[in-house]
Ligand binder design. Structure first.
Ligand code: F6R
Length: 581
Protein backbone atom coordinates (compact mmCIF):
# COMPACT_ATOMS: atom_id res chain seq x y z
CA UNK A 1 0.00 0.00 0.00
CA UNK A 2 1.77 3.20 1.13
CA UNK A 3 1.80 6.68 -0.39
CA UNK A 4 4.68 8.57 -1.92
CA UNK A 5 5.02 12.29 -2.44
CA UNK A 6 7.99 14.26 -3.80
CA UNK A 7 8.63 17.88 -4.62
CA UNK A 8 11.31 19.98 -6.27
CA UNK A 9 11.22 23.71 -6.80
CA UNK A 10 12.22 27.12 -5.60
CA UNK A 11 12.58 27.32 -1.83
CA UNK A 12 11.98 24.79 0.88
CA UNK A 13 9.76 21.89 -0.25
CA UNK A 14 9.42 20.06 3.08
CA UNK A 15 6.11 21.62 4.03
CA UNK A 16 4.46 20.73 0.73
CA UNK A 17 5.70 17.15 0.90
CA UNK A 18 4.41 16.78 4.48
CA UNK A 19 1.07 18.28 3.45
CA UNK A 20 0.89 15.88 0.51
CA UNK A 21 1.75 12.93 2.74
CA UNK A 22 -1.04 13.88 5.15
CA UNK A 23 -3.48 13.63 2.27
CA UNK A 24 -2.07 10.23 1.38
CA UNK A 25 -2.32 8.86 4.90
CA UNK A 26 -5.41 6.93 3.80
CA UNK A 27 -2.91 4.62 2.04
CA UNK A 28 -1.19 3.75 5.32
CA UNK A 29 -0.09 5.43 8.52
CA UNK A 30 2.16 2.94 10.34
CA UNK A 31 5.25 5.11 9.89
CA UNK A 32 6.58 7.82 7.63
CA UNK A 33 9.72 9.59 6.49
CA UNK A 34 11.32 12.07 4.15
CA UNK A 35 14.69 12.33 2.42
CA UNK A 36 16.19 15.68 1.48
CA UNK A 37 19.10 16.83 -0.51
CA UNK A 38 21.23 19.09 1.69
CA UNK A 39 24.50 20.46 0.35
CA UNK A 40 24.38 17.69 -2.30
CA UNK A 41 24.18 14.95 0.39
CA UNK A 42 21.09 12.93 1.28
CA UNK A 43 19.59 13.17 4.78
CA UNK A 44 16.59 11.26 6.09
CA UNK A 45 14.09 11.97 8.85
CA UNK A 46 11.78 9.12 9.90
CA UNK A 47 9.17 8.44 12.51
CA UNK A 48 6.83 5.67 13.61
CA UNK A 49 3.16 6.72 13.54
CA UNK A 50 1.30 9.37 11.62
CA UNK A 51 2.65 12.34 9.64
CA UNK A 52 2.00 14.61 12.64
CA UNK A 53 4.70 12.68 14.50
CA UNK A 54 7.10 13.10 11.57
CA UNK A 55 6.29 16.80 11.42
CA UNK A 56 7.32 17.15 15.07
CA UNK A 57 10.72 15.70 14.19
CA UNK A 58 11.39 18.14 11.38
CA UNK A 59 13.20 21.10 12.89
CA UNK A 60 13.62 24.67 11.73
CA UNK A 61 17.07 23.96 10.29
CA UNK A 62 15.76 21.30 7.94
CA UNK A 63 15.50 22.99 4.62
CA UNK A 64 15.73 21.65 1.09
CA UNK A 65 14.28 22.29 -2.32
CA UNK A 66 14.51 18.58 -3.29
CA UNK A 67 12.43 16.32 -1.05
CA UNK A 68 10.87 12.85 -1.31
CA UNK A 69 8.49 11.41 1.29
CA UNK A 70 6.57 8.29 2.21
CA UNK A 71 3.72 7.14 4.43
CA UNK A 72 3.80 3.40 5.11
CA UNK A 73 1.42 0.49 5.50
CA UNK A 74 3.70 -2.38 6.51
CA UNK A 75 3.91 -5.27 4.05
CA UNK A 76 7.42 -6.61 4.66
CA UNK A 77 8.81 -6.22 8.15
CA UNK A 78 7.25 -4.90 11.32
CA UNK A 79 6.32 -1.31 12.04
CA UNK A 80 9.55 0.37 13.22
CA UNK A 81 11.83 3.23 12.26
CA UNK A 82 14.32 0.96 10.46
CA UNK A 83 11.62 -0.36 8.15
CA UNK A 84 10.16 3.04 7.35
CA UNK A 85 11.05 4.72 4.07
CA UNK A 86 13.06 6.39 2.54
CA UNK A 87 15.64 3.61 2.24
CA UNK A 88 19.25 4.46 1.51
CA UNK A 89 21.67 2.41 -0.52
CA UNK A 90 24.71 0.85 1.19
CA UNK A 91 26.87 3.89 0.30
CA UNK A 92 24.24 6.53 1.04
CA UNK A 93 24.28 7.68 -2.59
CA UNK A 94 20.67 6.72 -3.39
CA UNK A 95 17.44 7.22 -1.42
CA UNK A 96 14.14 5.69 -2.47
CA UNK A 97 10.48 5.85 -1.47
CA UNK A 98 8.35 3.01 -2.80
CA UNK A 99 4.72 1.99 -3.06
CA UNK A 100 4.20 -1.62 -4.15
CA UNK A 101 5.81 -5.00 -3.58
CA UNK A 102 9.09 -6.35 -4.96
CA UNK A 103 8.19 -10.00 -5.35
CA UNK A 104 11.70 -11.31 -6.09
CA UNK A 105 13.45 -9.30 -3.37
CA UNK A 106 14.86 -12.36 -1.56
CA UNK A 107 16.47 -13.56 -4.77
CA UNK A 108 17.83 -10.08 -5.56
CA UNK A 109 19.15 -9.76 -2.03
CA UNK A 110 21.30 -12.85 -2.56
CA UNK A 111 22.75 -11.26 -5.71
CA UNK A 112 23.72 -8.15 -3.74
CA UNK A 113 26.53 -10.01 -2.07
CA UNK A 114 28.37 -8.09 0.64
CA UNK A 115 25.70 -5.41 1.07
CA UNK A 116 24.64 -4.92 4.65
CA UNK A 117 20.86 -4.49 5.00
CA UNK A 118 19.38 -2.42 7.79
CA UNK A 119 15.69 -3.24 7.34
CA UNK A 120 13.45 -6.21 6.65
CA UNK A 121 11.81 -4.47 3.70
CA UNK A 122 11.72 -5.42 0.05
CA UNK A 123 12.40 -1.78 -0.85
CA UNK A 124 15.93 -1.59 0.54
CA UNK A 125 16.95 -4.05 -2.18
CA UNK A 126 15.80 -1.57 -4.81
CA UNK A 127 17.95 1.34 -3.56
CA UNK A 128 20.98 -0.97 -3.44
CA UNK A 129 20.32 -2.40 -6.87
CA UNK A 130 20.23 1.12 -8.32
CA UNK A 131 23.43 2.12 -6.53
CA UNK A 132 25.26 -0.99 -7.83
CA UNK A 133 24.34 -0.40 -11.49
CA UNK A 134 26.61 1.63 -13.74
CA UNK A 135 25.99 4.49 -16.18
CA UNK A 136 23.98 7.66 -15.75
CA UNK A 137 21.39 7.90 -12.98
CA UNK A 138 18.61 7.21 -15.49
CA UNK A 139 20.47 4.19 -16.89
CA UNK A 140 21.01 2.86 -13.37
CA UNK A 141 17.31 3.25 -12.61
CA UNK A 142 16.30 1.61 -15.88
CA UNK A 143 18.50 -1.44 -15.43
CA UNK A 144 17.51 -1.88 -11.77
CA UNK A 145 13.81 -1.65 -12.68
CA UNK A 146 14.26 -4.37 -15.29
CA UNK A 147 15.53 -6.76 -12.60
CA UNK A 148 12.66 -6.09 -10.27
CA UNK A 149 9.46 -8.17 -10.40
CA UNK A 150 6.23 -6.98 -8.86
CA UNK A 151 4.72 -3.54 -8.50
CA UNK A 152 6.27 -0.19 -7.79
CA UNK A 153 5.81 3.54 -7.87
CA UNK A 154 9.08 5.11 -6.78
CA UNK A 155 10.73 8.47 -6.28
CA UNK A 156 14.50 8.40 -6.09
CA UNK A 157 17.19 10.88 -5.02
CA UNK A 158 20.83 10.61 -6.06
CA UNK A 159 23.46 12.50 -4.10
CA UNK A 160 25.05 15.44 -5.91
CA UNK A 161 22.04 15.75 -8.23
CA UNK A 162 19.28 18.31 -7.86
CA UNK A 163 16.69 16.03 -9.44
CA UNK A 164 13.99 13.55 -8.52
CA UNK A 165 13.69 10.39 -10.59
CA UNK A 166 10.32 8.65 -10.79
CA UNK A 167 9.18 5.33 -12.23
CA UNK A 168 6.19 3.06 -11.97
CA UNK A 169 4.83 -0.40 -12.74
CA UNK A 170 1.32 -1.42 -11.67
CA UNK A 171 1.21 1.15 -8.83
CA UNK A 172 -0.10 4.63 -9.68
CA UNK A 173 2.07 7.73 -10.00
CA UNK A 174 1.15 11.26 -11.05
CA UNK A 175 3.31 14.32 -11.79
CA UNK A 176 2.06 17.91 -11.53
CA UNK A 177 3.82 21.02 -12.76
CA UNK A 178 3.50 24.76 -12.21
CA UNK A 179 5.79 27.78 -12.28
CA UNK A 180 8.61 27.12 -9.79
CA UNK A 181 7.50 23.69 -8.55
CA UNK A 182 7.08 20.09 -9.74
CA UNK A 183 5.55 17.38 -7.59
CA UNK A 184 4.98 13.64 -7.94
CA UNK A 185 2.61 11.55 -5.85
CA UNK A 186 0.66 8.30 -5.65
CA UNK A 187 -2.60 10.20 -5.95
CA UNK A 188 -3.50 13.63 -7.31
CA UNK A 189 -5.19 14.50 -4.02
CA UNK A 190 -1.68 15.10 -2.64
CA UNK A 191 -1.36 18.29 -4.68
CA UNK A 192 -4.61 19.03 -6.49
CA UNK A 193 -5.27 22.24 -4.54
CA UNK A 194 -2.09 23.89 -5.91
CA UNK A 195 -1.79 22.80 -9.52
CA UNK A 196 -3.88 23.12 -12.65
CA UNK A 197 -2.25 20.39 -14.72
CA UNK A 198 -0.88 16.93 -14.18
CA UNK A 199 0.49 13.92 -16.06
CA UNK A 200 -0.34 10.26 -15.56
CA UNK A 201 2.76 8.07 -15.65
CA UNK A 202 2.14 4.76 -17.44
CA UNK A 203 3.75 1.42 -16.61
CA UNK A 204 7.49 1.34 -17.27
CA UNK A 205 7.70 5.04 -18.02
CA UNK A 206 10.18 7.26 -16.19
CA UNK A 207 10.18 10.93 -15.27
CA UNK A 208 13.01 13.22 -14.27
CA UNK A 209 11.88 16.21 -12.23
CA UNK A 210 14.28 19.12 -12.10
CA UNK A 211 13.81 22.66 -10.79
CA UNK A 212 12.12 24.03 -13.89
CA UNK A 213 11.13 21.12 -16.08
CA UNK A 214 9.96 17.56 -16.21
CA UNK A 215 11.18 15.06 -18.80
CA UNK A 216 9.50 11.75 -19.59
CA UNK A 217 11.14 8.59 -20.95
CA UNK A 218 9.93 5.25 -22.28
CA UNK A 219 11.36 1.93 -21.08
CA UNK A 220 14.05 2.08 -23.80
CA UNK A 221 15.31 5.45 -22.54
CA UNK A 222 13.89 7.50 -25.44
CA UNK A 223 12.28 10.79 -24.51
CA UNK A 224 8.49 10.94 -24.86
CA UNK A 225 5.84 13.66 -24.92
CA UNK A 226 2.95 13.16 -22.54
CA UNK A 227 -0.54 14.55 -22.60
CA UNK A 228 -1.26 17.15 -19.95
CA UNK A 229 -4.48 16.62 -18.03
CA UNK A 230 -6.42 19.33 -16.29
CA UNK A 231 -7.66 18.93 -12.73
CA UNK A 232 -11.41 18.83 -12.52
CA UNK A 233 -11.95 21.20 -9.65
CA UNK A 234 -15.03 19.47 -8.30
CA UNK A 235 -17.62 21.78 -6.85
CA UNK A 236 -18.03 19.32 -4.02
CA UNK A 237 -14.39 19.07 -2.99
CA UNK A 238 -14.85 18.72 0.75
CA UNK A 239 -11.72 19.38 2.70
CA UNK A 240 -12.23 20.12 6.35
CA UNK A 241 -8.75 20.02 7.83
CA UNK A 242 -10.06 20.80 11.29
CA UNK A 243 -12.56 17.99 11.31
CA UNK A 244 -11.94 15.88 14.39
CA UNK A 245 -13.74 12.77 13.22
CA UNK A 246 -14.09 12.24 9.50
CA UNK A 247 -16.21 9.14 9.87
CA UNK A 248 -18.87 11.10 11.76
CA UNK A 249 -18.76 13.83 9.13
CA UNK A 250 -18.98 11.31 6.29
CA UNK A 251 -21.97 9.51 7.79
CA UNK A 252 -23.70 12.88 8.20
CA UNK A 253 -22.96 13.75 4.55
CA UNK A 254 -24.88 10.76 3.16
CA UNK A 255 -28.09 12.68 2.39
CA UNK A 256 -26.06 15.30 0.45
CA UNK A 257 -24.23 12.55 -1.41
CA UNK A 258 -27.51 11.01 -2.53
CA UNK A 259 -28.92 14.36 -3.64
CA UNK A 260 -25.73 15.04 -5.61
CA UNK A 261 -25.83 11.58 -7.19
CA UNK A 262 -29.45 12.04 -8.21
CA UNK A 263 -28.64 15.45 -9.72
CA UNK A 264 -25.62 14.11 -11.60
CA UNK A 265 -27.52 11.17 -13.12
CA UNK A 266 -30.94 12.68 -13.71
CA UNK A 267 -30.20 16.36 -14.42
CA UNK A 268 -26.63 16.38 -15.75
CA UNK A 269 -27.02 12.92 -17.32
CA UNK A 270 -23.41 11.90 -16.60
CA UNK A 271 -24.12 8.61 -18.30
CA UNK A 272 -25.61 9.07 -21.76
CA UNK A 273 -28.70 7.33 -23.14
CA UNK A 274 -26.42 5.78 -25.72
CA UNK A 275 -24.32 4.13 -22.99
CA UNK A 276 -27.43 2.90 -21.21
CA UNK A 277 -28.68 1.33 -24.48
CA UNK A 278 -25.32 -0.44 -24.83
CA UNK A 279 -25.49 -1.70 -21.24
CA UNK A 280 -29.06 -2.90 -21.73
CA UNK A 281 -27.84 -5.30 -24.43
CA UNK A 282 -26.02 -7.41 -21.85
CA UNK A 283 -28.07 -10.12 -20.16
CA UNK A 284 -25.39 -11.42 -17.83
CA UNK A 285 -23.55 -9.31 -15.28
CA UNK A 286 -20.73 -10.43 -13.02
CA UNK A 287 -19.84 -8.08 -10.15
CA UNK A 288 -16.35 -8.20 -8.65
CA UNK A 289 -15.15 -6.20 -5.63
CA UNK A 290 -13.53 -6.33 -2.18
CA UNK A 291 -14.75 -5.57 1.35
CA UNK A 292 -17.43 -2.95 1.63
CA UNK A 293 -17.49 -2.53 -2.14
CA UNK A 294 -18.27 -6.26 -2.38
CA UNK A 295 -21.28 -5.67 -0.15
CA UNK A 296 -22.53 -2.86 -2.35
CA UNK A 297 -21.96 -5.14 -5.36
CA UNK A 298 -24.24 -7.72 -3.73
CA UNK A 299 -26.96 -5.09 -3.59
CA UNK A 300 -26.18 -3.90 -7.12
CA UNK A 301 -26.71 -7.44 -8.37
CA UNK A 302 -29.95 -7.72 -6.40
CA UNK A 303 -31.27 -4.47 -7.93
CA UNK A 304 -30.32 -5.45 -11.49
CA UNK A 305 -32.04 -8.78 -11.05
CA UNK A 306 -35.12 -7.28 -9.45
CA UNK A 307 -35.67 -4.27 -11.69
CA UNK A 308 -33.87 -5.00 -14.94
CA UNK A 309 -34.38 -8.79 -14.92
CA UNK A 310 -30.70 -9.44 -15.61
CA UNK A 311 -28.79 -12.52 -14.57
CA UNK A 312 -26.16 -11.54 -12.02
CA UNK A 313 -23.27 -13.14 -10.18
CA UNK A 314 -21.04 -11.57 -7.54
CA UNK A 315 -17.47 -12.50 -6.60
CA UNK A 316 -14.88 -11.36 -4.11
CA UNK A 317 -11.96 -10.13 -6.24
CA UNK A 318 -9.25 -12.13 -4.47
CA UNK A 319 -11.25 -15.33 -5.11
CA UNK A 320 -12.34 -14.50 -8.64
CA UNK A 321 -8.75 -13.75 -9.59
CA UNK A 322 -7.54 -17.26 -8.88
CA UNK A 323 -10.81 -19.11 -9.48
CA UNK A 324 -11.46 -21.61 -12.24
CA UNK A 325 -14.45 -19.85 -13.85
CA UNK A 326 -14.45 -19.24 -17.59
CA UNK A 327 -14.60 -15.64 -18.74
CA UNK A 328 -17.76 -15.19 -20.76
CA UNK A 329 -17.32 -12.59 -23.51
CA UNK A 330 -21.05 -11.95 -23.59
CA UNK A 331 -21.14 -11.06 -19.92
CA UNK A 332 -20.50 -7.54 -18.63
CA UNK A 333 -18.03 -7.58 -15.74
CA UNK A 334 -18.72 -4.87 -13.18
CA UNK A 335 -15.89 -3.74 -10.89
CA UNK A 336 -16.95 -1.73 -7.87
CA UNK A 337 -14.27 0.24 -6.05
CA UNK A 338 -14.28 3.50 -4.13
CA UNK A 339 -10.59 4.18 -4.78
CA UNK A 340 -10.23 2.45 -8.13
CA UNK A 341 -6.79 1.38 -6.87
CA UNK A 342 -7.54 -1.91 -5.11
CA UNK A 343 -4.93 -4.37 -6.37
CA UNK A 344 -7.12 -7.50 -6.55
CA UNK A 345 -9.97 -5.67 -8.25
CA UNK A 346 -7.60 -4.15 -10.82
CA UNK A 347 -5.98 -7.53 -11.49
CA UNK A 348 -9.42 -9.07 -12.14
CA UNK A 349 -10.39 -6.23 -14.50
CA UNK A 350 -7.13 -6.64 -16.47
CA UNK A 351 -7.66 -10.39 -16.67
CA UNK A 352 -11.23 -10.01 -17.93
CA UNK A 353 -10.19 -7.42 -20.49
CA UNK A 354 -7.32 -9.54 -21.76
CA UNK A 355 -9.79 -12.34 -22.36
CA UNK A 356 -11.93 -10.06 -24.50
CA UNK A 357 -14.87 -9.28 -22.20
CA UNK A 358 -16.20 -5.79 -21.51
CA UNK A 359 -15.59 -3.95 -18.26
CA UNK A 360 -17.84 -1.54 -16.35
CA UNK A 361 -16.22 0.30 -13.43
CA UNK A 362 -18.15 1.89 -10.59
CA UNK A 363 -15.60 4.23 -9.02
CA UNK A 364 -15.48 7.30 -6.81
CA UNK A 365 -12.10 8.68 -7.93
CA UNK A 366 -12.07 9.96 -11.53
CA UNK A 367 -8.35 9.45 -12.15
CA UNK A 368 -7.76 5.92 -11.00
CA UNK A 369 -6.12 2.83 -12.44
CA UNK A 370 -9.41 0.94 -12.68
CA UNK A 371 -11.01 3.60 -14.89
CA UNK A 372 -8.11 3.24 -17.34
CA UNK A 373 -9.28 -0.32 -17.96
CA UNK A 374 -12.96 0.52 -18.30
CA UNK A 375 -15.17 0.25 -21.37
CA UNK A 376 -17.91 1.95 -19.35
CA UNK A 377 -17.65 4.07 -16.22
CA UNK A 378 -20.39 4.64 -13.69
CA UNK A 379 -19.04 7.39 -11.44
CA UNK A 380 -20.12 7.70 -7.83
CA UNK A 381 -20.28 11.15 -6.27
CA UNK A 382 -19.44 10.56 -2.64
CA UNK A 383 -16.74 13.24 -2.68
CA UNK A 384 -13.52 12.60 -0.89
CA UNK A 385 -13.79 9.88 1.73
CA UNK A 386 -11.05 10.20 4.34
CA UNK A 387 -12.03 7.79 7.12
CA UNK A 388 -10.69 4.31 6.44
CA UNK A 389 -14.07 2.68 7.07
CA UNK A 390 -16.23 3.35 4.08
CA UNK A 391 -19.63 4.92 4.81
CA UNK A 392 -20.75 7.56 2.33
CA UNK A 393 -18.91 5.87 -0.54
CA UNK A 394 -20.81 2.64 0.19
CA UNK A 395 -24.14 4.42 0.18
CA UNK A 396 -23.16 6.25 -3.03
CA UNK A 397 -22.30 2.92 -4.68
CA UNK A 398 -25.58 1.33 -3.59
CA UNK A 399 -27.63 4.28 -4.80
CA UNK A 400 -25.74 4.55 -8.10
CA UNK A 401 -26.36 0.89 -8.84
CA UNK A 402 -30.01 1.35 -7.99
CA UNK A 403 -30.10 4.21 -10.49
CA UNK A 404 -28.45 1.93 -13.07
CA UNK A 405 -31.04 -0.79 -12.42
CA UNK A 406 -33.76 1.85 -12.80
CA UNK A 407 -32.33 3.15 -16.07
CA UNK A 408 -32.20 -0.38 -17.43
CA UNK A 409 -35.64 -1.36 -16.23
CA UNK A 410 -38.89 -1.27 -18.18
CA UNK A 411 -40.44 0.65 -15.31
CA UNK A 412 -39.28 4.26 -14.87
CA UNK A 413 -37.92 4.54 -11.32
CA UNK A 414 -36.53 8.07 -11.64
CA UNK A 415 -39.36 9.87 -9.82
CA UNK A 416 -39.27 7.39 -6.90
CA UNK A 417 -35.49 7.79 -6.65
CA UNK A 418 -35.69 11.60 -6.72
CA UNK A 419 -38.43 11.59 -4.07
CA UNK A 420 -36.37 9.36 -1.82
CA UNK A 421 -33.34 11.65 -1.83
CA UNK A 422 -35.50 14.58 -0.85
CA UNK A 423 -36.81 12.84 2.24
CA UNK A 424 -33.82 10.74 3.37
CA UNK A 425 -32.18 12.01 6.56
CA UNK A 426 -29.73 10.60 9.06
CA UNK A 427 -31.55 9.91 12.30
CA UNK A 428 -29.31 9.57 15.35
CA UNK A 429 -28.86 6.17 16.95
CA UNK A 430 -30.98 6.29 20.14
CA UNK A 431 -28.69 7.13 23.10
CA UNK A 432 -30.78 5.13 25.56
CA UNK A 433 -30.30 1.95 23.53
CA UNK A 434 -26.58 2.62 23.10
CA UNK A 435 -26.08 2.88 26.85
CA UNK A 436 -27.73 -0.49 27.39
CA UNK A 437 -25.97 -2.41 24.67
CA UNK A 438 -22.39 -1.19 25.24
CA UNK A 439 -21.80 -4.07 27.65
CA UNK A 440 -22.21 -6.68 24.88
CA UNK A 441 -19.04 -7.77 23.18
CA UNK A 442 -20.53 -10.86 21.53
CA UNK A 443 -22.59 -9.52 18.66
CA UNK A 444 -24.16 -11.07 15.57
CA UNK A 445 -25.88 -9.26 12.73
CA UNK A 446 -28.58 -11.17 10.86
CA UNK A 447 -31.00 -10.48 8.03
CA UNK A 448 -32.48 -11.97 4.88
CA UNK A 449 -32.01 -10.88 1.25
CA UNK A 450 -30.95 -7.23 1.13
CA UNK A 451 -30.91 -7.21 4.95
CA UNK A 452 -28.36 -10.01 4.92
CA UNK A 453 -26.09 -7.66 2.96
CA UNK A 454 -26.69 -4.93 5.55
CA UNK A 455 -25.82 -7.40 8.30
CA UNK A 456 -22.50 -8.19 6.55
CA UNK A 457 -21.68 -4.50 6.20
CA UNK A 458 -22.78 -3.66 9.77
CA UNK A 459 -20.53 -6.40 11.15
CA UNK A 460 -17.58 -5.27 9.02
CA UNK A 461 -17.89 -1.70 10.34
CA UNK A 462 -17.92 -2.88 13.98
CA UNK A 463 -14.95 -5.19 13.40
CA UNK A 464 -12.75 -2.71 11.63
CA UNK A 465 -13.12 0.33 13.87
CA UNK A 466 -14.19 -1.09 17.27
CA UNK A 467 -12.16 -4.34 17.03
CA UNK A 468 -15.12 -6.46 18.07
CA UNK A 469 -15.08 -10.02 16.84
CA UNK A 470 -18.57 -10.13 15.34
CA UNK A 471 -20.16 -11.68 12.28
CA UNK A 472 -22.90 -10.94 9.81
CA UNK A 473 -24.90 -13.99 8.80
CA UNK A 474 -27.97 -14.89 6.76
CA UNK A 475 -30.76 -15.27 9.33
CA UNK A 476 -31.78 -18.64 7.88
CA UNK A 477 -28.22 -19.94 8.29
CA UNK A 478 -28.10 -19.39 12.06
CA UNK A 479 -29.45 -22.80 12.95
CA UNK A 480 -26.94 -24.51 10.67
CA UNK A 481 -24.17 -23.98 13.16
CA UNK A 482 -23.72 -20.44 14.47
CA UNK A 483 -26.68 -20.71 16.86
CA UNK A 484 -24.40 -22.86 19.03
CA UNK A 485 -22.61 -19.64 20.02
CA UNK A 486 -25.74 -17.79 21.15
CA UNK A 487 -26.23 -17.46 24.90
CA UNK A 488 -27.57 -14.85 27.33
CA UNK A 489 -24.48 -12.69 26.80
CA UNK A 490 -25.10 -12.41 23.07
CA UNK A 491 -26.63 -9.45 21.28
CA UNK A 492 -28.17 -10.24 17.91
CA UNK A 493 -28.83 -7.25 15.68
CA UNK A 494 -31.72 -8.26 13.44
CA UNK A 495 -32.42 -6.20 10.32
CA UNK A 496 -35.90 -6.75 8.99
CA UNK A 497 -37.00 -4.47 6.16
CA UNK A 498 -38.60 -6.99 3.79
CA UNK A 499 -42.29 -7.43 4.53
CA UNK A 500 -42.39 -10.75 2.69
CA UNK A 501 -39.78 -12.10 5.13
CA UNK A 502 -41.40 -10.85 8.34
CA UNK A 503 -42.68 -14.21 9.56
CA UNK A 504 -39.42 -15.96 8.77
CA UNK A 505 -37.52 -13.33 10.71
CA UNK A 506 -39.95 -13.69 13.63
CA UNK A 507 -39.11 -17.40 13.71
CA UNK A 508 -35.40 -16.59 13.72
CA UNK A 509 -35.90 -14.16 16.60
CA UNK A 510 -37.74 -16.84 18.58
CA UNK A 511 -34.88 -19.28 17.99
CA UNK A 512 -32.39 -16.72 19.32
CA UNK A 513 -34.53 -15.81 22.33
CA UNK A 514 -34.97 -19.47 23.23
CA UNK A 515 -31.16 -19.61 23.70
CA UNK A 516 -31.12 -16.49 25.88
CA UNK A 517 -29.84 -14.13 23.15
CA UNK A 518 -30.91 -10.47 23.31
CA UNK A 519 -32.36 -8.78 20.25
CA UNK A 520 -31.84 -5.33 18.75
CA UNK A 521 -34.38 -5.11 15.95
CA UNK A 522 -34.15 -2.56 13.12
CA UNK A 523 -37.38 -2.41 11.17
CA UNK A 524 -40.00 -0.08 9.74
CA UNK A 525 -42.88 -2.35 10.77
CA UNK A 526 -44.22 -4.23 13.79
CA UNK A 527 -43.31 -7.85 14.54
CA UNK A 528 -45.33 -10.35 16.57
CA UNK A 529 -42.53 -11.04 18.97
CA UNK A 530 -41.10 -9.17 21.96
CA UNK A 531 -37.59 -7.82 21.59
CA UNK A 532 -35.27 -6.09 24.07
CA UNK A 533 -34.46 -3.12 21.84
CA UNK A 534 -36.07 -1.71 18.72
CA UNK A 535 -35.08 1.03 16.28
CA UNK A 536 -37.97 2.29 14.18
CA UNK A 537 -36.77 2.83 10.65
CA UNK A 538 -38.43 5.31 8.32
CA UNK A 539 -40.71 3.40 5.96
CA UNK A 540 -39.28 4.03 2.50
CA UNK A 541 -39.87 1.74 -0.47
CA UNK A 542 -38.15 -1.55 0.21
CA UNK A 543 -35.22 -0.98 -2.18
CA UNK A 544 -34.13 2.09 -0.19
CA UNK A 545 -34.11 0.35 3.17
CA UNK A 546 -30.45 -0.81 2.94
CA UNK A 547 -29.49 2.89 2.84
CA UNK A 548 -31.76 3.76 5.76
CA UNK A 549 -30.68 0.82 7.95
CA UNK A 550 -26.91 0.91 7.36
CA UNK A 551 -26.74 4.50 8.67
CA UNK A 552 -27.71 3.19 12.13
CA UNK A 553 -25.13 0.40 12.02
CA UNK A 554 -22.41 2.84 10.94
CA UNK A 555 -23.30 5.01 13.94
CA UNK A 556 -23.32 1.97 16.21
CA UNK A 557 -19.76 1.06 15.16
CA UNK A 558 -18.63 4.66 15.57
CA UNK A 559 -20.12 4.87 19.08
CA UNK A 560 -18.39 1.63 20.14
CA UNK A 561 -15.03 2.85 18.77
CA UNK A 562 -15.27 6.24 20.46
CA UNK A 563 -16.39 4.68 23.75
CA UNK A 564 -13.19 2.61 23.75
CA UNK A 565 -11.07 5.63 22.87
CA UNK A 566 -10.09 4.28 19.44
CA UNK A 567 -9.47 6.55 16.45
CA UNK A 568 -12.30 5.55 14.09
CA UNK A 569 -10.66 7.31 11.13
CA UNK A 570 -7.45 5.32 11.34
CA UNK A 571 -8.15 1.80 12.58
CA UNK A 572 -5.13 -0.33 13.44
CA UNK A 573 -3.57 -2.61 10.81
CA UNK A 574 -5.65 -1.16 7.97
CA UNK A 575 -5.31 1.36 5.16
CA UNK A 576 -7.96 2.92 3.01
CA UNK A 577 -6.55 1.91 -0.31
CA UNK A 578 -5.41 -1.71 -0.54
CA UNK A 579 -2.90 -1.45 -3.35
CA UNK A 580 -1.22 -4.78 -2.66
CA UNK A 581 -2.78 -8.19 -3.14
C1 F6R B 1 -14.20 -1.13 4.71
C2 F6R B 1 -13.59 -0.69 3.47
C3 F6R B 1 -12.90 -1.71 2.64
C4 F6R B 1 -12.96 -1.33 1.16
C5 F6R B 1 -12.13 -2.33 0.33
C6 F6R B 1 -12.22 -2.03 -1.13
O1 F6R B 1 -14.85 -0.09 5.36
O2 F6R B 1 -13.60 0.46 3.14
O3 F6R B 1 -13.41 -2.98 2.86
O4 F6R B 1 -14.28 -1.36 0.74
O5 F6R B 1 -10.81 -2.26 0.75
O6 F6R B 1 -11.77 -0.74 -1.39
P1 F6R B 1 -12.16 0.00 -2.74
O7 F6R B 1 -13.61 0.27 -2.67
O8 F6R B 1 -11.34 1.24 -2.74
O9 F6R B 1 -11.82 -0.95 -3.85
Amino acid sequence: MCGICASIGKGNQIEDVLKGLKRLEYRGYDSSGIALLKKAKIETIKSVGTINRLEEKVCGNDNSNVVIGHTRWATHGKVCKENSHPHLSFDGSVAIVHNGIIENFEELKKQLDGVEFHSQTDTEVFSNLIAKESGSSLEKLLSASKKVQGSFAIAVLFENEKKIYCAKRKSPLYVAIRQGQIMAASDISAFEDKFDFFYVLEDDEFAILSENKVEFFAADCTGIEKEQKMFEKTAFFEDFPDEKCFMRKEIAEQPIVLKRTSFKYFSEKVVSDETISKLKKFHNFHFVACGTAYHSALLGAEYLQRFAKKHCEVSVASEFRYGSQKINKKCLYVFVSQSGETADTIACASMVKEKGAKVLCVTNVPYCTLNNLADFILPTFAGKEIAVASTKAYVAQVFTMLILAGLMSEKDLSETLKRFVLSFQIKPFPEEILKEIFSYSKIFFVGRGQDYVTSLEGALKLKEIAYINCIGIAAGELKHGTLALVDDKTLVVVISTKKSMREKIENNIQEIKARGGKILLLSQFEHNVDVEYKIDLTAFDEEFMPIESIAFLQQLALAYALAEGYDPDKPRNLAKSVTVE
